[in-house]
Design a protein around this ligand. Structure first.
Ligand code: MN
Length: 488
């Protein structure tokens, strides 16, 4: 199967797998589309494509749960795998390995096309006509502060000197048809780029991209290193250059086969009342904050545009299957770059991206002579907690790779039986993301708290007990007879 080059090919691929359901009944953008999507996400049903949305032009559609867990238990990561150039049966571990391997390939820069060749230029709204009210911007949760114009779209922004173009996902709330406001939080890249404009006293040109190659929101949703051009990484990940076209109002190059691109400027002042929004931890906060305001000055879109919708909340949704998976890959890359022999890493979906499990091989003591388990845990913690992504990870569990950390039952067994209740912890004081709900309100407001590495390694081979499971508690010929009976 070829990598789907845009959202419509992604939808066609999911339909072929039986993992997409067209919803023909008229659906309201106010709560109803999101409630359908949340139910689908929680129950691992096919992704809903709302073909008739009340109150908008015929043909304007919403797609829910574009990268949530698949309805096929044998291929749980089909939507994620298809988003990044892998076959639908790829496992969590294969996805991590692909993300890490492609980070070290040369980037594949996007290819420019003319406006005539760019589907997203089929309709161009400028001035007063560029009004969000024409689009099915969803109200996602009943307690949200407003309709959310961004749940799975990517914000493009460039530093004033043009040296770095960042693509990232951050939530954005609709204020009215011409204005939006959204989280611009340090140390996220969007805040770093915005700060450079704010320091000059100038509003930041932006483009908000909905749809297009499914690798776009995947890469926009993961925390890759400072200064990396996401567009080039998308090409490396999928093996093909992304088609881009010049934006209407700025020199930003936007994906040519996107469904919808919204353009304008992000204000210098933080004068928009943003939130609340039911976030990835799975709870409904009540606080608002003051954030910069996005002006809506141009909107371009494909015929019969499809608005992607993530009904974020209790796991597992795209924050966990995309951002969490991406965090694990980035952490694995960082730990290996520190010279440590990690075999895998995983951010368990059910922890709402609050935990990171890291595995090392049984022979790690030979690779690092003289290093104690506590020293290894300290080095892993130093690698993770001096990196930007460390602010998003309150707890790291260092484990042997006899278990697959992406298998939650395997992982819970290892955590329950190997993590000491009190001892074998290495604690790191430092920055934390304010959205992490395991911290106190004071810590969340201060943005600083303790993070921990739990050293939960088994004794060296030869000193450790065998597992009392099928693989280790029976002779080979007995196992062979059992397997022959089950024709494995
Ligand atoms: Mn970035």
């Amino acid at each position: 199967m070829n990598h789907p080059a845009d959202l419509r090919e992604h939808i066609a691929a999911l339909r072929e797998l039986g993992d997409l359901e067209g919803i023909a009944v008229e659906t309201d953008w106010s709560l109803e589309a999101a409630a359908f999507t949340r139910y689908s996400t929680e129950n691992r049903l096919p992704a809903p494509l709302f073909e008739k949305v009340a109150g908008v032009e015929d043909g304007f559609r919403i797609m829910g749960a574009p990268a949530a867990l698949s309805s096929d238990p044998a291929r749980p990561f089909a939507r994620v795998a298809l988003s990044i150039g892998l076959p639908p049966a790829a496992t969590g571990r294969e996805i991590i390995d692909h993300l890490v391997a492609t980070r070290h390939l040369p980037g594949v820069p996007p290819k420019s096309v003319s406006s005539a060749e760019a589907e997203v230029k089929q309709n161009v709204l400028l001035g007063e006509a560029a009004d969000l009210g024409r689009f099915p911007v969803p109200l996602v949760h009943a307690q949200d502060g407003g309709r959310y114009a961004n749940t799975y779209g990517v914000i493009l922004a460039q530093t004033p000197d043009g040296s770095w173009t960042n693509w990232s996902i951050a939530r954005i709330m609709m204020i009215d048809g011409k204005h939006m406001t959204g989280l611009v939080l340090h140390p996220q890249h969007i805040a770093q780029v915005w700060q450079q404009w704010a320091d000059l006293g100038e509003p930041m040109p932006y483009a908000l991209v909905q749809g297009g190659d499914p690798a776009i929101p995947f890469v926009g949703g993961i925390p890759i290193g400072d200064g990396v051009n996401e567009a080039d990484y998308i090409g490396a990940l999928t093996g093909m250059p992304l088609k881009v076209v010049k934006a209407e109002l700025s020199d930003l190059m936007v994906p040519a086969s996107a469904e919808i691109v919204i353009e304008g400027h992000l204000s210098v002042e933080r004068h928009g009342v943003e939130g609340p929004f039911g976030e990835f931890a799975g709870y409904m906060p009540t606080e608002t904050s003051l954030q910069p305001v996005y002006s809506v000055e141009a909107i371009t879109y494909r015929n019969d545009p499809i608005w992607p919708l993530v009904a974020e909340g209790k796991p597992a949704d795209e924050f966990h299957t995309v951002t969490g998976v991406g965090m694990a890959a980035e952490a694995l890359d960082i730990i290996r770059a520190a010279g440590l022999p990690a075999t895998s890493a995983w951010v368990p979906l059910s922890t709402a991206s609050h935990w990171l499990a890291v595995t090392v091989p049984a022979d790690w003591r030979e690779t690092l002579p003289g290093v104690t388990p506590e020293e290894l845990a300290r080095r892993v913690g130093e690698a993770v907690y001096t990196a930007r992504l460390g602010a998003a990870i309150p707890q790291v569990f260092l484990l042997d790779d006899d278990i697959d950390p992406s298998d939650e039952s395997d992982l819970l067994w290892a955590l329950g039986t190997r993590v000491h209740p009190v001892d074998r912890k290495v604690v790191f004081e430092g920055p934390i993301l304010s959205l992490l709900t395991c911290y106190t309100p004071e810590e969340r407001h201060a943005g600083r708290a303790t993070r921990v590495v739990h050293e939960a390694l088994l004794p060296a081979p030869g000193e450790r007990d065998a597992r009392s499971d099928f693989a280790e508690a029976y002779p080979a010929e007995v196992r062979a007879r059992v397997l022959a009976h089950h024709r494995v």
